[in-house]
Design a binder for this molecule. Structure first.
Ligand SMILES: [Fe+2]
Ligand SMILES: [Fe+2]
Length: 364
């Protein structure tokens, strides 16, 4: 795999028209944002989510009569999460030149690794799979390697936003079932507080992951809208869960997950795509595709990196700018708390390409 890294992803660097940020400057700003966010994230992770997959749950109290469908689901959750070393090593390599992103991926990997161990414990303590069976299953899984779904950093970043949200949704719905709130007849009349706690604990981590990657995508959207919107379009048009091609009998797992009311194509549209879109200032898939199409109709300026202004109509750039500003305030507050601001504070720099809202209103 090529050593494709942010912040220097562009093959060519066109001359920057006066008054606009050069790509090098944009890359520097995004890198600073990632670095600040990563430092904030790590402190927060250690303070609020420092759980342990063995000690944080009363495993012996796990129900020995879990519906067999649920054990199949737990086994699938474990199967996906146990690729954590592959996910991490591939992603670290991809972003190795970015301090904020590569160090974050290590931290992220350490959290994903806990998820794998917690789900494995759930499978073991269900009493429905023998240790020998688990060992053999693991060996089968480990004989395959997870590879990056996309070759470049921006597409993988965008992919991860959707993947983290989808994973969070899977675990939240597992939590609801374990709390006795399933509306499926085959899962009613059952609850398990240990399993509910496990699912909730991991879902909180996934929400934190989603937020980190979302903040990253927003920075890219703000400084490189066209490239980012294209990546979003490409990712959702071919989205599948990680390791779908590696886990044995994925169809059986997916079918069980679907019939349990945990996750399916409708959930993906409604609770993953629509939620992420709202968080990225994109109205709908149709609006995204339409916007990109219009952008392509506008002729390019030779040698310039300001191809067209049509891209700004594709998403709510005002909302995204507000989000990127808020991210910087959060980072600045953290830096003041530590004293980093005395040396080298992270600053928010507006992108001069962004149209001014007032002018637009006057034109209307
Ligand atoms: Fe996870
Ligand atoms: Fe995650």
């Amino acid at each position: 795999m090529a050593d494709v890294t942010p912040p220097n992803m562009l093959q060519e660097r066109p001359r920057t028209p006066a008054g606009l940020l050069s790509n090098a400057e944009k890359d520097r700003l995004i890198e600073r944002g990632f670095l600040g966010l990563y430092r904030w994230y790590t402190a927060r992770s250690q303070e609020t989510r420092n759980w342990n997959p063995d000690r944080s749950f009363d495993w012996r109290a796990l129900n020995k009569d879990l519906p067999s469908e649920l054990v199949t689901v737990l086994q699938g959750f474990f199967a996906v999460e146990q690729y954590a070393p592959d996910f991490t090593s591939n992603l670290v390599h991809l972003v190795r030149r970015s301090h904020g992103r590569s160090h974050f991926q290590l931290r992220w990997g350490s959290e994903e690794e806990k998820h794998a161990d917690a789900w494995e414990n759930a499978v073991l303590f269900s009493g429905q799979r023998s240790p020998e069976w688990i060992a053999e299953y693991k060996e089968r899984l480990k004989s395959q390697t997870w590879e990056l779904p996309f070759p470049d950093a921006i597409h993988n970043l965008v992919y991860t936003v959707f993947q983290e949200r989808a994973t969070q949704l899977n675990y939240l719905n597992m939590m609801k079932i374990a709390q006795g709130k399933s509306d499926k007849p085959h899962l009613q009349g059952f609850s398990d507080p240990v399993l509910a706690k496990v699912a909730q604990t991991i879902a909180v981590d996934e929400a934190a992951h989603y937020n980190f990657f979302l903040e990253g995508v927003r920075m890219y959207l703000y400084y490189y809208p066209e490239r980012t919107l294209n990546a979003i379009k490409n990712v959702i048009s071919q989205f599948s869960m990680p390791a779908a091609t590696l886990v044995p009998d994925w169809e059986g797992f997916f079918e069980t997950v679907y019939r349990a009311g945990i996750y399916g194509p409708r959930d993906f549209q409604r609770d993953v795509v629509q939620v992420a879109f709202r968080n990225m200032g994109i109205e709908s898939r149709k609006a995204l595709e339409e916007g990109i199409r219009k952008t392509r109709e506008v002729p390019d300026f030779e040698g310039g990196n300001f191809k067209t202004t049509a891209i700004w109509d594709t998403f709510d750039y005002g909302a995204v700018e507000g989000d990127v500003r808020r991210l910087h305030v959060k980072i600045q507050d953290y830096e003041k708390e530590i004293g980093f601001d005395l040396y080298d504070p992270t600053e928010f720099v507006t992108n001069p390409e962004v149209p001014v809202k007032d002018h637009q209103a006057a034109d209307d």
